[in-house]
Design a protein around this ligand. Structure first.
Ligand SMILES: *Cc1c(COP(=O)(O)O)cnc(C)c1O
Length: 458
């Protein structure tokens, strides 16, 4: 018999989770104003809100917590991280920050001014927030295939070169702050960008003299997809692929809470000394001195170790394999998902799942609440609430895709949990025709409203 797949790790520490009743959940979600961010974690059985900072650290990472050097300046944990980033990414300069959005805040403070445009592939919500807060505009240049969930494309995170060149041609050079390649592209469904596309986008940026930067939160998962889907990379190691990816860009912002498998942390990696010097001033103002940037020494050490573990093929195979396992289960029940499954999450197509709920009543949010009530599973809306209002007209922006994201924390849940999630969604799928009403907004913040929004049943 051929041996089945099994994870290349075993579990040393266990965290109990509470199995609530449907009645309890009904009360809790009402009290949370139907915003899953407002739930207490002990009101959640399986938490798929995010894969950010929710991973399980290894025994080697926990050792780094003990070894942490807490010196204000010149910490050895900082040096360990600096060497790791230089070796792994080939970037000579780096600044630690407390998380990904802090890296965006520091770097964008040096690069983006009012009325600028920032092209890229489906900018992440905090990225867009930091662009729009500076009265600049994020222009989405993702390929059209990303918007058709049932259509297979191996690299749905790719940037459409014609769309990008149009931005370069139609705007004065001094108003194009930078081009952002998000690897993998979270908003389009955790979809990867091919090496060919990275190379082409980089060449186009060079031709027009525009800075090209990675939003690198899931760079290792992107490298795994390049290895398994792109011709010519089958026999390269993940780290060789990572090195090549970064060789095409001028720098990166990183949320280490994703592919570096730590609970907090981020950084900026840069190639150019002059840009590093400029960004350093903002890092000291906003984050902390250059050798800790808002983190404890122990966090820097765990992050360095996490970067090494996160770029091991065996780890990535288990990680992305689990996401694919859940996707396959849902597919077998006929549930519409973004195809193929992404690196960190399965994205359910809520428009197709709940066609009887009007889009003005937030289909993906409605499905998120249903899933919580059904089984205590917390997911997140990637749809109209997240898309926010147009900053000028204040109208709701209805995105092409209305998705429910099931983000899988790293090394945390077993495939039994995946089976449970899939069964819960299958139950809702069976009664989907009877779900006809969604939600209306009671109150919302002026920017990034989804975190704090309050809703009531429509
Ligand atoms: C999470 C994330 C960020 C922001 O990082 P935080 O650590 O949450 O501040 C930026 N870009 C992408 C693609 C992300 O997934």
């Amino acid at each position: 018999m051929e041996l089945p797949y099994a994870e290349p790790y075993k579990i040393k520490v266990v965290e109990p989770i509470y199995r609530s009743s449907a009645k309890e959940r009904e009360q809790w979600i009402k009290k949370a104003r139907y915003n899953l961010f407002n739930l207490q974690s002990d009101q959640v059985f399986i938490d798929l809100l995010t894969d950010s900072g929710t991973g399980a650290m290894s025994q080697y990472q926990w050792s780094e917590i003990m070894l942490g050097d807490e010196s204000y300046a010149g910490s050895l944990s900082f040096l360990k991280l600096k060497n790791t980033i230089t070796d792994l990414l080939g970037m000579p300069y780096f600044l630690p920050t407390h998380q990904g959005r802090a890296a965006e805040n520091v770097l964008f403070s040096t690069l983006i001014k009012e009325n600028d445009v920032v092209p890229g592939n489906s900018h992440f919500d905090t990225t867009k927030g930091h662009i729009e807060y500076r009265r600049a505009r994020a222009v989405d240049c993702t390929i059209d295939e990303a918007c058709h969930t049932s259509q297979f494309h191996p690299f749905k995170g790719n940037i459409d070169l014609e769309k990008l060149e149009a931005v370069f041609k139609n705007n004065p050079k001094e108003n194009i702050s930078l081009c952002i390649i998000t690897v993998t592209c979270n908003t389009s469904g955790g979809q990867p960008v091919s090496m060919e596309n990275i190379r082409d986008v980089s060449a186009l940026c060079k031709r027009y003299g525009i800075l090209c930067i990675f939003d690198a939160a899931r760079f290792a998962e992107n490298a795994y997809f390049i290895k398994t889907r792109e011709k010519g990379y089958e026999n390269k190691t993940i780290r060789e692929i990572v090195k090549e990816m970064f060789s095409y860009v001028d720098g990166a912002t990183m949320s280490s809470k994703k592919d570096a498998i730590v609970n907090i942390g981020g950084f900026i990696a840069l190639r150019d000394k002059a840009l590093f010097d400029k960004a350093s001033v903002f890092n000291i103002m906003y984050e902390g001195y250059l050798t800790y940037g808002g983190l404890a020494g122990r966090d820097l050490g765990a992050l360095a170790q996490g970067l090494m573990e996160g770029t091991e093929f065996d780890y990535l195979e288990a990680r992305i394999g689990q996401v694919a396992y859940l996707g396959e289960k849902l597919r077998s029940y006929g549930i519409p998902i973004q195809e193929p499954t992404g690196g960190h999450a399965v994205f359910v197509d809520a428009k197709k799942f709940l066609p009887n709920v009007p889009k003005e009543e937030f289909q993906a949010q409605t499905l998120a609440v249903e899933l919580y009530l059904e089984a205590g599973v917390r997911s997140v809306e990637i749809g109209t609430l997240l898309a926010d209002r147009n900053p000028i007209t204040r109208e709701n922006r209805y995105p092409v895709l209305e998705l429910l994201r099931l983000a899988i924390p790293r090394r945390v849940y077993t495939n039994n949990h995946m089976d449970y999630i899939a069964a819960a969604l299958a139950n809702i799928w069976e009664r989907r025709e009877s779900i006809t009403r969604g939600f209306k907004i009671v109150s919302e913040a002026p920017i990034m409203r989804h975190f704090t929004i309050e809703l009531e049943r429509a």
